[in-house]
Design a binder for this molecule. Structure first.
Ligand SMILES: [Zn+2]
Length: 354
């Protein structure tokens, strides 16, 4: 551990000191594996490489131990990952380490992170096709966005911000109740990036690394549900113009946000599997809130919540407005994603009515 700490900057050491004990304890065996083996990601099958590019791809069909390699190869499908001269060996080590930091939650798992990465990868490629040389042309920003997707829920505890603040959890205290989880995810991801063996950006200048870390932070912070309304408003005012980096960052935030809540925009059978996971996670939180005598959070009370109604609300208030707006920017997405949103909404409306 001493060896690891001395690799970290003074700032990050201070951050690590604020974490609950053991939260970022480094596994010596993992450290040795990355340091000595210099391993490269195992290949994935041609069939998987093709199918992972489909919007309707079901990530549940992929074995857990295949997810890190799938994630790495999905990133490397983007030419930007080769053009900016990053360390591919360290990127693979970083992906594995981040994967290990995800907990085995019913919903907020590494599987969800890879799913979000694939969705965002799809959107980026569509935007690059649609706008040729006028959108997503900054290779460094594209890399930061997609890595941001991979790390966006790192070490998620399977409970929501409201629970952390209500119970005065150390993370809520550390972040003064503001975007507690999102701050935790990105801070942990960036602290890992400060470990030399994991810093795939190390061939780049320090200034460039700082810029990319800032883009990662902007993207991950945008996944806070409270950022949804203001972000959507800002995106609406852009129209189809994403011609400067400021506008592009807003568009990137919308992309990661849309990818994060894209389950209802997928085929119903895929969406339903995610619904099962998220409801299990919510109800488990609700049980803990009941046991602690706390107010039970929205959608978390297994005694009163009707799952179809919860999904109708989720789609109507969050998913549909975002995808409608996204499809004005990417019209090609309308028949691919918005069509599923409409169909899935009709499905759950019918279920709610019975
Ligand atoms: Zn997420």
């Amino acid at each position: 551990m001493d060896h690891v700490v001395c690799e970290m900057s003074r700032t990050e050491r201070t951050y690590v000191d604020t974490l609950p004990e053991g939260a970022i304890a480094f596994d010596l065996m993992r450290w040795l594996r990355y340091s000595l083996c210099g391993s490269t990601a195992p290949p994935i099958s041609d069939q998987l490489r093709r199918s992972m590019k489909d919007w309707g791809f079901d990530i549940h069909t992929v074995a857990q131990d295949q997810l890190p390699a799938l994630c790495y190869h999905a990133l490397m499908e983007h030419p930007e990952f080769r053009s900016i001269n990053l360390s591919e060996r360290k990127l693979w080590a970083y992906v594995q380490e981040v994967a290990a930091r995800y907990r085995d939650n019913p919903f907020h798992s590494f599987r969800h992170a890879v799913d979000v990465t694939l969705a965002c990868s799809f959107l980026v490629k569509m935007a690059q096709r649609t706008y040729a040389n006028r959108a997503f042309t900054d290779a460094y920003a594209v890399v930061a966005l997609l890595v941001g997707c991979v790390v966006h829920d790192t070490d998620h505890p399977g409970i929501m911000n409201g629970f952390l603040t209500a119970t005065r959890h150390p993370l809520a205290i550390a972040y003064d109740d503001m975007s507690v989880l999102e701050n935790h995810h990105i801070s942990m991801a960036l602290a890992l990036l400060d470990l030399d063996e994991l810093n795939f950006l190390s061939p780049l200048s320090l200034d460039r690394q700082q810029e990319m870390r800032a883009v990662m932070r902007n993207c991950v912070m945008a996944t806070d549900i409270t950022a949804h309304g203001p972000l959507l408003k800002e995106f609406e005012t852009l129209g189809s113009s994403a011609s400067n980096l400021h506008n592009e960052i807003i568009t990137m935030q919308v992309f990661i946000k849309a990818s994060d809540i894209s389950n209802p925009a997928r085929p119903l059978a895929v969406y339903q599997q995610w619904v099962g996971g998220v409801i299990e996670e919510f109800f488990t939180q609700g049980d803990r809130e009941r046991d602690l005598g706390l107010k039970i959070s929205m959608n978390c009370d297994r005694r009163t919540v009707k799952i179809p109604n919860s999904q109708v609300g989720f789609i109507n208030f969050l998913v549909k407005p975002l995808f409608v707006q996204l499809c004005t920017y990417l019209p090609e997405l309308r028949p691919i994603a918005l069509a599923h949103v409409e169909k899935n909404l009709a499905h759950y409306q019918a279920a709610a009515a019975t």
